[in-house]
Each structure stands twice: as structure tokens, then as C-alpha cells.
Design a binder for this molecule. Structure first.
Ligand SMILES: Cc1ncc(COP(=O)(O)O)c(C=O)c1O
Length: 484
């Protein structure tokens, strides 16, 4: 994307919508959705967008338009996905340590659930039995078996709920008759469930985001498979899918190491319909140092081959799913903030701005790096990067002199409140604008009201170049509204 702002100027955006401000570029978001859909050239492949990365409804609607399904990690994300138009059957609820009410909520909405501990299989099983919960399906195989079950029990089955549940290419396989019929879920059939496993393989850009292996709370270990089978039988549950997520933003070859290990687990179960290999896809956060995007093609081709081979061995085509969050949303987002103070503390230059860790938590939480491009108060870039290394075509208009190592800090009452440490930046002054790059994922979605600071607004630069406010800034009334 050569022109992120599409004729909008950062200073004008801040003047119109206030500072700090999350700005998203629709075309970049769409391009990332498409790249992920093209990632795995396998006939039964579906992409579930990990809502946790960025749950703005406008972006969720675009993800849906681009043919993605949704991965929700909480009831709130289920509600957001439904509000954005995803049918329940296209929402996969991958939950960790859920309250019984949360599982019940998902079941009542007709959303498909994955649990990740033996005790949660039991909780889920009890709820499914107590409620004699209606059963939906999300693959043609499930529809077929539900239909058979329904016929045998004299009840109607299938319908829109089922039709909406078909993933990717399989949707076309449905007859229009099936699509038109009213939903009428079946009671008493084995309740479908998915399980998240921990194959022992984990990877990530920081130890806090490694979600496989010994040092993590996630997933069921392979040694517990015999007990899993007992529980499935005991609670009349049918394991239709297995999944894992080994971590986030890591060397992509690990994705395949994890995929092979998960397929080994799939071998130990009959009747599966899908394998979900999780998210974690890498994006380059150091573009100003010349870092280029990772070529995912060989990984996707290899994954497709693994699935083709395994489907042949398994005796039916299993659906392969991925769950990208960061890859879809990170690069479409820039966080604009304003410099309000500068300070010299011994040898250290400080630039104080309005982007605290309540607005962007990643640097404080994970020591994460975000490139920063500096603009003057009129929105002209002052950062003197070689244009070839800049992420967007920038005409540099001002040279403030020699760069110096600078700590960019926010306005929160914590020493840990920083956006960049020892970053080489030109001398900055109050009124300058900081454009924090690649902030679309785990930016706003991790924002808080710490220190009772308002969460910022979010703006979308549409294909046409027009801007649209897609979430307004918190008002003081908002911040006080749910307190007595
Ligand atoms: C279960 C699950 N799936 C998908 C994701 C998305 O990961 P990423 O944003 O790295 O693609 C996460 C992130 O925490 C996750 O926990």
C-alpha cells in the first residue's frame, strides 16, 4: 500500500477526530483477508478471523464480506460477531476456563464450542445433557448425520442454521431446498464438541504469547486422550473437530511442526470433520529497518499437502481451518498521537505524548516494537528515513537535524508506560505527531480506561479515501455510566 492515508493528512485527522486516534485502512484490511483465504490451496479450507485482535464491528463486517468466519474467545466476542452479521454457525467459540453460563450462552446461540480441559468437557457435557440442547451442524457430514437422526426420531432437521454453517467451498454443495427450509435443530443427538489440544509445541514473539508446550495453561495433553474418550462417551458428545494455537508471531516453519503434531492427535479419533491449526502468523514490525513480509506460500502449500494426505488416510476430506488475528488486522492500523512534552533526564531524551499503555499496551506488556514515523504539527513528515525503507511513500519536508536515542513515553502514572525505548528519532517538540505503525491488532482491543483516560476513537479510511468514524472516543459520561 503506497499511500496509507489516501490524501488524508494525519494532522487533519487529529483535528477532526481528536488525539490519540486509531486509523485503519480498509484496502489493507481486505488485502490481508484475501491473502489468508489464498494461503492454503486445499479444497476444504476456511479462515476464522480471531476477533480478539480487533473487534470493531465495521472491520468484522468487512471480514465477513471477504468470506472469513469468526473465532470468538468470549461471549462478548460472540455478541460482536452476531451483530456484525456472522451466522451462529460461522462462529467458533474457543474458550478457556469458561463459566458454565458462558458455555450455555454459546449453545443457546447455536455457536460451536471448543473446550480445553477435561473438567470443561464435563461441564460442557453436563450442560448439554441438562438442557437437551438443540444440535446444529457445521459441515455437510454433520448435516447428513443429523438428518438421519432426525428422520429416525420423527423430527424435522436442517434449515438455514445448518446451511449457514457450511464452511468455505462446501457451502455451494448444498441444494437450494436445504437452504430455504426453516431451522429446526434436533434434540437428543450426540452433541458436537471440539477440543483444543496442547501437542507440546509452542512458539511466539514473547513468552507471554507462547500458548503450547509445558509452560502454558492451554489445551489438553495427548496423554489424556483415553480419558477424553471416556468423557465423550459418558456425556453423549461427538468430537467433530480438534484445534490448537501454539502462539503468536513466530518463525512460520513452526506452524507446520505444530500442524503435524496436531494431525498425529487427529489420527487417534474417529468421526472428525475438521482440524483447526490456529493463528499466529508473522507480520514484520521492523519495516523501517528494512524488514520484509514473510512469504507464507510454501507454508500454505505444505499445509495443503498435509491435509490432502491425511484426508486420504482418514477416508474423507477433513476441513482445515486457520485462525489469524494479527495477520489480518495489524498492518491496516496506525495509531496517531500528539507530543505534549520533551525532557532531558541525565543522558536520556524523553518525548511525552498522549499514547499511554491504556491506549497501546503491547510495548509495556510484551516489550513489543512498533515503528514510529514523526510528523510536524501540520502533518508533514519530519522523520528522515530513506524513502525505500519507509512503509508508505513519504515526501520528507523537514530536517530537524541529527537523530538521537529517545524514550517515547505516555501519560499514565507508571514508569512502565512507554511506547518506545532508545529509539533513534529526530529532535521532537510539543505539537508534533507520532504515527505508531502496525497498531491494528491488539491495539484498541487491549485498550483500557486506566487512570480514567478515555479510550480513543477509531476511524476507517475507506476505499474511496473518505474517512468514517467507526467508534467514537469514550466520553466522561461513558466512563462513569456503569458505576453507582
Ligand atoms: C485460540 C487463538 N486463536 C487465534 C489467535 C490469534 O493469534 P494471532 O493474532 O497471532 O494470529 C489467538 C491469539 O491469542 C488464540 O488464542
Amino acid at each position: 500500500m503506497s499511500d496509507f492515508y489516501q490524501n488524508n493528512n494525519p494532522a487533519d485527522l487529529l483535528a477532526q477526530y481528536g488525539s490519540p486516534l486509531y486509523v485503519y485502512n480498509e484496502q489493507i484490511f481486505r488485502a490481508q483477508c484475501r491473502a489468508m483465504r489464498a494461503f492454503c490451496p486445499y479444497s476444504h479450507y476456511a479462515v476464522n478471523y480471531a476477533i480478539k485482535a480487533n473487534s470493531n464491528l465495521s472491520l468484522l463486517r468487512i471480514a465477513r464480506e471477504e468470506g472469513l468466519r469468526a473465532d470468538a474467545s468470549s461471549p462478548g466476542e460472540i455478541v460482536a460477531a452476531l451483530a456484525a452479521g456472522f451466522p451462529p454457525s460461522e462462529i467458533f467459540f474457543i474458550v478457556n476456563n469458561a463459566a458454565p453460563d458462558e458455555l450455555k450462552f454459546a449453545m443457546e446461540k447455536g455457536v460451536f464450542v471448543s473446550v480445553d480441559s477435561l473438567s470443561q468437557i464435563e461441564t460442557f457435557g453436563r450442560i448439554a445433557q441438562e438442557k437437551d440442547a438443540p444440535v446444529n451442524a457445521n459441515t455437510p457430514t454433520q448435516i447428513e448425520s443429523l438428518n438421519k437422526f432426525a428422520q429416525g426420531h420423527g423430527v424435522a432437521a436442517t434449515g438455514e442454521v445448518l446451511a449457514g454453517a457450511i464452511v468455505g467451498i462446501e457451502r455451494e454443495a448444498l441444494s437450494s431446498d436445504l437452504v430455504k427450509r426453516e431451522p429446526s435443530p434436533v434434540s437428543g443427538a450426540p452433541h458436537p464438541i471440539a477440543i483444543r489440544f496442547n501437542t507440546g509445541i509452542g512458539a511466539g514473539h514473547h513468552k507471554k504469547v507462547v500458548t503450547g508446550g509445558d509452560d502454558t495453561k492451554f489445551g489438553i495433553l495427548p496423554r489424556d486422550i483415553p480419558r477424553v474418550k471416556e468423557l465423550l462417551a459418558q456425556y453423549n458428545l461427538r468430537l467433530v473437530g480438534i484445534n490448537h494455537h501454539i502462539g503468536s508471531n513466530y518463525a512460520q516453519e513452526m506452524y507446520l511442526v505444530g500442524a503435524r503434531a496436531l494431525i498425529d492427535i487427529a489420527r487417534q479419533f474417529e468421526g472428525l470433520d475438521f482440524i483447526d491449526f490456529g493463528g499466529g502468523f508473522y507480520i514484520p514490525y521492523h519495516k523501517l529497518d528494512g524488514e520484509k513480509p514473510f512469504d507464507l506460500t510454501p507454508v500454505g502449500v505444505e499445509l495443503a499437502q498435509l491435509m490432502q494426505d491425511f484426508s486420504a488416510e482418514y477416508g474423507k476430506p477433513l476441513t482445515a481451518m486457520t485462525e489469524p488475528g494479527r495477520y489480518i488486522a495489524a498492518e491496516c492500523g496506525v495509531l496517531l498521537g500528539t507530543v505534549h512534552a520533551t525532557k532531558q533526564m541525565g543522558a536520556v531524551h524523553y518525548v511525552g505524548c498522549d499514547v499511554g499503555f491504556s491506549v497501546l499496551a503491547r510495548p509495556t506488556m510484551y516489550d513489543a516494537h512498533h515503528d514510529i514515523i514523526a510528523y510536524n504539527a501540520s502533518g508533514q513528515p519530519i522523520t528522515e528515513y530513506p524513502v525505500s525503507q519507509a512503509p508508505h511513500d513519504i515526501q520528507f519536508t523537514e530536517n530537524r537535524g541529527a537523530f538521537r536515542l529517545t524514550n517515547v513515553v505516555g501519560n499514565q502514572c507508571e514508569t512502565g508506560d512507554y511506547i518506545a525505548k532508545n529509539r533513534s528519532l529526530p529532535p521532537l517538540q510539543p505539537g508534533d505527531i507520532l504515527a505508531i505503525q502496525d497498531a491494528g491488532a491488539y491495539g484498541y482491543s487491549m485498550a483500557s480506561q486506566y487512570n480514567l483516560r478515555a479510550r480513543p476513537a477509531e476511524v476507517l479510511i475507506k476505499k474511496s479515501g473518505e474517512t468514517e468514524l467507526i467508534r467514537r472516543r469514550d466520553s466522561y459520561e461513558d466512563m462513569l455510566s456503569n458505576m453507582t
